[in-house]
Ligand binder design. Structure first.
Ligand code: BGC
Length: 815
C-alpha cells in the first residue's frame, strides 16, 4: 500500500492539501502524482452521485434493516454488485456504505439504515454488501466507527460504553468486515467514545489499524472534525468535506511548530494513495465512469430489487392461514392506509436517493390482479403533521408550457446568471449550481411555478429551509419570511427537518395559482458553498373522520382488506431520534376499525424499524415490509398473492411497548450504554417486557420440522442440523443456532445468536445443513488481559426458528 517514494516528492502543503476533501463529494486530484479526483457518494439505499435531486435518479435498493431481514448473504452480495454498477454509471469510486451500527434501540432515527441488533448478522450481511461492491471494483466505506447508534446530540455526545459491550457488540461487525473483506475505507463517526471524539480516537490507530490490520483509508463523517492537532496526530486520514475545514494551512503550521509530526501527515497521504491505487486513480488512470452500465430501471435491476424486497418481508402473523391470498377467489379488494398509494421505499437523510420510479402497494396489487378484480383505495388518515414538498404532478411551468418549476440564479445586482427547469420542489445545490455558474456568485435563487390543484379545497403553499425567503402566491404581495433553527440544532436538520412556513390558499379542483419563492443565499449552513430549500405544497384533504369512515365502508364490502400503515420521514430519518414508537396519526384506530369491519384484514407495515402494534392480536395477518426499495409494491403483490414466499426473519426484536429500552438521551453530553450487553434478544429473561415478535421470527408459506441437531465436535467447527419441509410448498428456512452458558463464570445473556444458515427444501424433503459457529461468538473480551478469552466448560447450543422458538439442543464441551 505504502508508496513512500511518491509521498516524499511532495511539499508539506501539497501533502496536507490531499487530506481534506476537494469539495462535498470528492478528494483532490494532484497533477504531479498523476492522481485524478476520487468521487465518493452516499449510500446505502442506492448511489446518489454528486447531485441530490430528481434529475439524477438512482436504483433504490431495500434499506439495511430489510436486507438483514433476508438473512441471505448471497442475495445481498448481488445487491452490492448492482450498487457497484450504479457507481460506475455515475462515476463514483467509493460508496459511503454500509452502515454497520447496531439496533441498540428502535428509538434510533437511523435504525432503518443499520442492519440488525446482532453483530454476527450485521457482519455477515454487511460483509456481503461490501463483497458485492468491491468484487466489482468499487470501494465500500464501512460506517460510522463506532457507537453511533442514535442521533440525539450526535455531533457532540460522548458515548460511555463498557469494554465488553464495545468489543463483543459494537466493534464486532467492523472487525469482522475489516478482517474478512478488506474494505477500502472506514468512516469515523461524529460522536465520542469513552472520552475521545472519534475523529481523534485511539481506537482508530490502536484497534482498527494496528490490531485488525486495516489497510484502507479512514475518513471523517461530514464536518465531524473541528480541531487541527488531535485529528492531525491521530489515525484519521482525510477530513470531509472540503475544501475548508480545520486542516489546510492550520495543519501545515501545526507540523512546522512540532505539534503534529510530519510522519503522521505522510502516513495519511500514503493511505490516500493506497485508496487511489485501488480505485485506479493513479498514473492518470481513467475515471470509473461507465456510461454503458445498465440504467436504474433496467430489467435486471427491477427483477433483483423485486426479489430482494420479497425476500425481506417478514410474515409476523398469519392467523387462520389467510395468506397467501388466492387471486382467483378475489372479486373486490380494499387497499387502505396512508402508505398504500404512496409507499415509503427508503428512509430520510443522507441515505435518500431519487429512484427512477417507485411501485406503491396499490400499483403493485392493481397490476397483479388485473381488470377482473375491483381494487379500491382510501388513505383513511393523515400520518404526517409537517407540510410536504411539492409533488411533481402539482407543478406547472410559469409559462404554462409544461410541468415543473423555473429556477433562476441571480447575482447581488439581480442579474440572471443561469436557470434550470425542475420537476419537483426539493432543491439542493452543493458547490455547483447550473453548469458553469460559480457557486460563490449566486446571491438569490428564485423559483417560479404554477400550482395546479388536484382536488378542490384549502392547500398550504410554502417553503422549508433556513434563512430569508420571499413568498408570493397569486396576486398577493410578496411576503418576507425568515426561518431559523433552534439553538444547538444539528445542522443536518437544514436538509432533514428544516423549519417551515406556509400560507393557506383555497383552490377549486384543477385551478392554478402562480407562486414565486425567492431564497437569499447567505452562506450555506456548512462551510461549503451551495443552497438547500424546498417549495412545499400540502394538497387539501378531507378530515380524517370522513376518510376513516370511507375506509371502513370499503373494507366492509371487500373480500379482503389490506391496510398499509407506516412511518413518515418525520419519524424515521437521520439527524433526530424518534420520540414515540407508535404509528403516527390515527393509524392504530384505522387498523382497529378496518379489522372490526372485515375479519380478513392484512396489515402491511411499511417502516424501517419496529412500531407498536397494539392491535396485533386482533388482525388476521401482519406482514412487516420495511422500506422495500423501488420495486416494493410489486414484491408486496408477489407475496400477498403467493407467487413468492415472504422470506424474511426479524433482524431485530419487535418490541411490544416502549418500556425498558436503552435510552438515546444524553445527560450532560454523555450517553451511557447502561444496558451493557443486554438489549434485543440478549435482554431476554432479564425482567423486561416480552417482545411482540422475537428476534429471528418469521413465518413462511410452508411448515418446518427440526429433525436432528448435532453440536460441533470441537468449538469453532460447524453444527449439523436436519430439517424437514412438512408443508405443501417449496420454501426456505433460516436455521438459527443460539448459545447459552448456564455455568459461566462471567455475566452472559440467557442466550445469543452464534450461527445461522438458509436452507431450501421441497414439500416432504429432509435436508441437512452445516451451520458455522465461529469461535468468536463463544469468546468474551477479557478487560483485564485486554484480549479475547475462551472460557472452559459446557455450552448449550440450541437450534430453532427464532430466539424464542428453539426446537432442539445439544451440548458442546470446551476444554
Ligand atoms: C452522515 C453520513 C453521510 C455523510 C455524507 C453525514 O451526515 O452521517 O452517513 O455519509 O453525511 O452525506
Amino acid at each position: 500500500m505504502a508508496d513512500v517514494a511518491r509521498v516524499l516528492t511532495l511539499s508539506l502543503e501539497a501533502k496536507v492539501r490531499l487530506l481534506t476533501g476537494a469539495d462535498m463529494w470528492s478528494l483532490h486530484a494532484s497533477e504531479p502524482l498523476g492522481l485524478r479526483r476520487i468521487v465518493v457518494s452516499d449510500g446505502p439505499a442506492g448511489v446518489r452521485g454528486e447531485r441530490w435531486d430528481e434529475r439524477d435518479t438512482s436504483a433504490n435498493v431495500p434499506s439495511a434493516s430489510a436486507l438483514a431481514a433476508t438473512w441471505d448473504a448471497a442475495l445481498v452480495e448481488r445487491i452490492g454488485a448492482l450498487l457497484a454498477a450504479e457507481c460506475r454509471r455515475k462515476g463514483v469510486d467509493v460508496l459511503l456504505a454500509p452502515t454497520v451500527n447496531l439496533h441498540r434501540t428502535p428509538f434510533a432515527g437511523r435504525h432503518f439504515e443499520c442492519f440488525s441488533e446482532d453483530p454476527l448478522l450485521t457482519a455477515r450481511i454487511g460483509g456481503a454488501y461490501v463483497r458485492g461492491l468491491q468484487s466489482a471494483g468499487v470501494g465500500a466505506t464501512v460506517k460510522h466507527f463506532v457507537a453511533n447508534d442514535s442521533e440525539t446530540e450526535r455531533h457532540t455526545v460522548d458515548v460511555v460504553v463498557g469494554e465488553r459491550a464495545l468489543r463483543e457488540l459494537y466493534l464486532a461487525p467492523f472487525e469482522a468486515i475489516v478482517r474478512e473483506e478488506r474494505p477500502w475505507a472506514v468512516m469515523s463517526s461524529y460522536n465520542g467514545v469513552n472520552g475521545f471524539t472519534m475523529s481523534a480516537s485511539p481506537l482508530l490507530g490502536e484497534v482498527l489499524k494496528s490490531e485488525w490490520g486495516f489497510d484502507g483509508l479512514v475518513m471523517s463523517d461530514w464536518w465531524a472534525a473541528h480541531e487541527t492537532d488531535r485529528p492531525g496526530a491521530a489515525a484519521i486520514d482525510v477530513l470531509m468535506p472540503g475544501p475548508g475545514g480545520p486542516w489546510g494551512a492550520a495543519l501545515v503550521a501545526a507540523v512546522r511548530d512540532g505539534r503534529v509530526p510530519e510522519a503522521a501527515v505522510d502516513a495519511k497521504v500514503e493511505r490516500v494513495l493506497g485508496l487511489a491505487a485501488r480505485a485506479g486513480a493513479l498514473d492518470d488512470g481513467p475515471a470509473v465512469e461507465d456510461p454503458a452500465a445498465p440504467a436504474p430501471d433496467a430489467p435486471e435491476a427491477r427483477a433483483l430489487l423485486r426479489e430482494a424486497a420479497a425476500a425481506s418481508f417478514v410474515l409476523a402473523r398469519n392467523g387462520g392461514g389467510l395468506l397467501p391470498l388466492a387471486a382467483a377467489s378475489l372479486r373486490r379488494v380494499a387497499v387502505l392506509g396512508p402508505n398504500a398509494a404512496v409507499a415509503r421505499t427508503l428512509g430520510g437523510g443522507s441515505a435518500t436517493v431519487f429512484p427512477p420510479y417507485t411501485v406503491a402497494p396499490l400499483d403493485g396489487l392493481r397490476s397483479a390482479l388485473g381488470d377482473d378484480v375491483v381494487v379500491e383505495h382510501e388513505g383513511g388518515v393523515r400520518a404526517h403533521s409537517r407540510q410536504t414538498v411539492a409533488a411533481p404532478d402539482l407543478l406547472r411551468s410559469p409559462g404554462g408550457d409544461g410541468p415543473g418549476a423555473e429556477i433562476r440564479f441571480l447575482d447581488t445586482g439581480g442579474a440572471e446568471l443561469g436557470r434550470e427547469r425542475r420537476l419537483g420542489g426539493a432543491f439542493a445545490w452543493h458547490v455547483h449550481y447550473a453548469d458553469g455558474i460559480d457557486a460563490g456568485s449566486v446571491a438569490k435563487v428564485e423559483v417560479r411555478t404554477r400550482v395546479r390543484a388536484g382536488g378542490g379545497g384549502e392547500h398550504l403553499i410554502g417553503c422549508s429551509g433556513l434563512g430569508r425567503f420571499t413568498l408570493a402566491v397569486g396576486d398577493g404581495a410578496p411576503e418576507a419570511v425568515e426561518l431559523t433553527l433552534p439553538p444547538g440544532a444539528d445542522l443536518a436538520a437544514a436538509h432533514m427537518r428544516p423549519p417551515q412556513h406556509a400560507v393557506p390558499v383555497t383552490l377549486a379542483s384543477g385551478e392554478e395559482v402562480a407562486v414565486a419563492l425567492t431564497h437569499t443565499v447567505e452562506g450555506f449552513p456548512f462551510d461549503t458553498p451551495g443552497d438547500v430549500f424546498r417549495l412545499d405544497v400540502e394538497p387539501s384533504a378531507a378530515p380524517d373522520d370522513e376518510r376513516l369512515a370511507r375506509a371502513v365502508a370499503l373494507a366492509e364490502q371487500a373480500d379482503v382488506a389490506i391496510v398499509v400503515v407506516g412511518t413518515t420521514e418525520e419519524v424515521e430519518s437521520e439527524s433526530f431520534d424518534r420520540v414515540s414508537l407508535g404509528l403516527p396519526g390515527r393509524q392504530d384506530e384505522l387498523v382497529r376499525r378496518v379489522a372490526a369491519a372485515n375479519p380478513r384484514t392484512v396489515v402491511v407495515v411499511n417502516s424501517g424499524a419496529p412500531v407498536l402494534m397494539p392491535w396485533a392480536e386482533d388482525v388476521a395477518a401482519v406482514l412487516v415490509t420495511w422500506f422495500g426499495g423501488q420495486e416494493y409494491g410489486n414484491a408486496l403483490a408477489d407475496v400477498l398473492l403467493g407467487q413468492v414466499e415472504p422470506g424474511g426473519r426479524l433482524p431485530t426484536t419487535w418490541v411490544a411497548d416502549e418500556q425498558g429500552l436503552p435510552s438515546v438521551t444524553p445527560v450532560d453530553g454523555t450517553l451511557t450504554y447502561d444496558e451493557g450487553l443486554f438489549f434485543g434478544h440478549r435482554a431476554l429473561g432479564r425482567g423486561l417486557p416480552e417482545p411482540l415478535f422475537p428476534f429471528g421470527h418469521g413465518e413462511g408459506y410452508t411448515r418446518w420440522e427440526y429433525v436432528s441437531f448435532a453440536a460441533p465436535a470441537r468449538a469453532g467447527e460447524p453444527a449439523r442440523v436436519v430439517v424437514r419441509n412438512a408443508g405443501a410448498r417449496r420454501g426456505r428456512e433460516v436455521v438459527q443456532v443460539y448459545a447459552s452458558w448456564p455455568d459461566s463464570a462471567i455475566e452472559r445473556p440467557l442466550h445469543w445468536l452464534v450461527g445461522f444458515a438458509g436452507v431450501e427444501a421441497e414439500p416432504g424433503e429432509e435436508v441437512a445443513v452445516d451451520v458455522e459457529v465461529p469461535l468468536r461468538g463463544l469468546e468474551h473480551w477479557d478487560a483485564e488481559t485486554g484480549g479475547w478469552a475462551l472460557e472452559g466448560g459446557g455450552v448449550t447450543l440450541s437450534v430453532g426458528r427464532s430466539s424464542m422458538d428453539l426446537r432442539l439442543t445439544a451440548a458442546l464441551r470446551i476444554d
